[in-house]
Design a protein around this ligand. Sequence first.
Ligand SMILES: [Zn+2]
Length: 241
Amino acid sequence: MTDEPSPFAPLLDLQRIDIALTQLHHRLDHLPERAALAEVEAQLVAHRAALAALEDDQRGVMADHKRAEDDLATLEAKIKSEERRLYGGTVKAAKELQAIEDELVSLRHRQSDFEDQILGLLDQLEPLDARAESLARDGAELEARHQAATVALAEVEAEVSAELAQVEAERAAFVAAASAEHVALYERLRRNVSGNAVALLSAGSCTGCHLALPSAEVARLKRLDPDEPAYCEECGALLVR
Ligand SMILES: [Zn+2]
């Protein structure tokens, strides 16, 4: 091995920059803040569905309540009219008066049933109203958490994106200063080699795949012109020697 730095050595730095870029892209794609926001969004969707179902229930009970109130009002009007007939003096026949009294007993019975029904519906509304209040509190809390999660994601995205832009600028400057031929060789290897495109040959071993090269191969590489590229037979990485 020569004491002169290998002409391919800068490619190790380029590879380090690319690994950093890959890690930053991976980080940006897998931000826990994005998962946290998605979680809150899912909770908001469930909350909206629960609220809509509750409002349906409330509307149903209120419609029943309205119908019972209307029926009661009709019945009460009927009772008043029967009472007017009973006490008005126009009906005189005892049999007819008895019939009106019997009718009034029946009507008052139905009035009492409607009143019970209305109270029962009000009882049904009470827990629904309490649930609506509880859902409103949950909703406010969820909205606040959604807002916070949105801000947290935007902040970390901006942070990682700035870091990415910085490393990308670093790479562009590096490539501009490097040998175009070597960069092209590196790019080709990056596409075709599954592991590292470039690896250091250290003490007879490839640092890409950690395998020791046969001593005859090490001896051959030592005699090779430093500008001549050589590759690890095992992993295909360009060896920096
Ligand atoms: Zn190797």
